[in-house]
Write a protein that binds this ligand. Structure first.
Ligand code: SF4
Length: 381
């Protein structure tokens, strides 16, 4: 999440609120007033944010920042005692998500955000967050950790989104294990959300390989989960993170998906983000994406030729074979998306996902600007 640092005053507990630049009549206790030259913090608001270091301290919560230009009307932030301002929702972003829990029942070797063992129930906080989001929000993710570890509260979140954000599509990222329980899968279907997709990672067509990568013996539970979700007509996507331990069997994996899960609406091949455990285990995991382009191309085309929908996430277009560039998606969240000096003047820059901020040092050595677009990169199917 995007985060900036300011200096907090009179803030002892985290304050969550919707950013406003206006002087509103109602709902001000849920709002954080932002004003460049505020002369004093406004008591009607949850807090005040200003650039004015000479603001009169009247005992009300406020935070001084170097620039208010980073805020937009409708963003939702948490301001803490340390002066950190964390953007939990950005009104202009299409990558907003609720973190259902930071706990997980898997220990994936490339996990970008290693799970924690214990935490207090985040559901009340998440319900409040959802109520603060813009009513016109088009898409909201539910992630973790593993979101199903909050049990039936997952359905409480979904129903709350349905009520508060009626236009929002929901995208859930889950390891699918819990859906091996048919009743739990049925409860998801019973939410009857008009636009919900559940994306489930699977890392191999071989059970032992998958289990080794996720650090748990759950391959068959995930497979059962996929079938149960399909039984209740849920929209399902499959994801695979491509690294040194998964790239070799990509074509066989694609074939396995085609034969066993023809009901999935998409299959995403994801370039690994080198943070968290992926960074710690880099030696075992890193392979230059250029060096797996043959296997990736074969897998993508195999699925596309058979009528499934493949996507490639987090990839740099110049590193991909030309005939699969059309399957690449702008998938990197805005706040961690960068381009490096090699990208300057690249003809594909507007269509390219770029790189993760964290990939500044670790990235393909084949990134090279493309001078001319030789052909249209839209897909045929
Ligand atoms: S040079 Fe940069 S912008 Fe161009 S395709 Fe490669 S990564 Fe993308």
């Amino acid at each position: 999440m995007k985060q900036i640092k300011g200096i907090s005053y009179n803030i002892n507990e985290d304050i969550v609120g919707r950013i406003t630049f206006k002087k509103n009549m109602f709902h001000r206790t849920n709002e954080i007033w932002v004003n460049k030259n505020a002369t004093s913090p406004k008591s009607e608001y949850a807090a005040t944010i200003s650039e004015n270091e000479s603001i009169t301290d009247n005992g009300k919560p406020y935070c001084i920042v170097s620039s208010i230009d980073v805020f937009n009307e409708g963003d939702v932030v948490v301001v803490n005692k340390q002066g950190e301002i964390i953007f939990v929702y950005e009104v202009k972003s299409i990558h907003n998500a609720i973190m259902a829990t930071e706990r997980c029942n898997h220990r994936c070797i490339m996990c970008p955000q290693p799970p924690i063992l214990q935490e207090k129930d985040r559901t009340p906080f998440n319900l409040k967050l959802i109520s603060l989001f813009d009513k016109n929000t088009q898409e909201i993710g539910i992630t973790g950790g593993e979101p199903t570890l909050i049990g039936d509260n997952l359905f409480v979140l979904i129903n709350h989104i349905k009520k508060e954000l009626p236009k929002a599509a929901i995208s859930i990222l889950s390891n699918g294990v819990k859906f091996a329980d048919k009743e739990y899968a049925m409860k998801l279907a019973k939410c009857r959300h008009h636009d919900l997709q559940i994306d489930i990672p699977l890392f191999s067509d071989i059970a032992e390989e998958h289990n080794r990568i996720v650090g748990a013996k759950t391959f068959y539970k995930t497979v059962q989960g996929l079938y149960n979700l399909a039984l209740f007509h849920q929209r399902i996507g499959i994801r695979i993170v491509v690294h040194k331990q998964t790239y070799k069997r990509l074509p066989q994996f694609a074939d396995y998906i085609y034969h066993n899960f023809p009901f999935v609406v998409q299959v995403a091949f994801i370039q690994m983000e080198t943070v968290g455990l992926a960074k710690e285990n880099l030696e075992q995991l890193w392979i230059d994406p250029f060096d797996y382009r043959t296997e990736l191309r074969e897998a993508v085309l195999l699925l596309a030729d058979r009528g499934l929908k493949p996507y490639i996430y987090n990839a740099q277009l110049c590193v991909l074979p030309e005939d699969v560039r059309c399957y690449a998606k702008q998938s990197i969240s805005d706040w961690k998306d960068i381009y490096i000096s090699e990208c300057e003047g690249c003809a594909l820059r507007n269509q390219c996902a770029g790189l993760f901020e964290s990939s500044k040092e670790i990235h393909s050595s084949h990134i090279k600007r493309i001078e001319h677009i030789s052909s249209d990169i839209s897909c045929v199917n």
